[in-house]
Design a protein around this ligand. Structure first.
Ligand code: HEC
Length: 149
């Protein structure tokens, strides 16, 4: 009996420390993807404020935000969503891993629309910029509706 107990102690430690490592990995992934989302949000809300007239429309600044949003959309944010990586800080829905292909498509939609937005914005036509901004913002909502709690 006592032999068994001694054998179990290191096992319990090993299990506990591998859980801690898994927690670390989840925390890193959640931090990374939320960081990327916050980069999206900074640029998107800066443009959105101009579109809504909350701040003065500035075509050059808008074009910079659009370029940075498109660049951020090229980051591999999907790498920040390893299977079942949810913790208390996360609002990710577990449906992400049940419908990974759809989740990937939603990310692709953002990449495509934000690339178009950067193109349109470089031409400086205000109404075209506003229209394409709307299409880009829809891709954020399109993913959040299905995959964020
Ligand atoms: C492919 C799906 C997808 C797309 C596209 C997407 N998001 Fe997200 N977003 C998520 C998920 C999932 C979460 C929750 C992540 C978590 O908390 O683990 C999230 C969280 C966020 C958060 C909260 C971050 C935090 O600190 O908790 C913000 C802000 C955000 N998204 C903004 C945006 C904006 C702006 C866009 C579009 C420019 C966008 N997202 C596009 C899936 C997406």
């Amino acid at each position: 009996m006592s032999k068994l107990r001694f054998a179990l102690v290191p096992l319990v430690f090993a299990v506990a420390s591998s859980c801690a490592q898994a927690d670390d990995a989840v925390e890193k992934a959640v931090d990374y993807r939320q960081g990327v989302m916050n980069v999206y949000a900074y640029n998107a809300t800066s443009m959105g404020d101009m579109v809504k007239g909350k701040t003065k429309f500035d075509a050059a600044a808008f074009a910079r935000y659009a370029k940075d949003l498109a660049a951020a959309a090229q980051l591999d944010v999907l790498a920040g969503f390893p299977e079942d990586s949810i913790n208390d800080d996360s609002d990710a829905s577990d449906t992400i891993w049940l419908d990974w292909v759809k989740f990937q498509d939603k990310h692709k939609a953002l990449q495509e629309q934000s690339a178009k937005l950067a193109d349109v914005a470089s031409e400086g036509d205000e109404s075209a910029m506003k229209e394409q901004f709307g299409k880009t913002a829809k891709t954020c909502k399109g993913c959040h509706d299905d995959f964020r709690n």
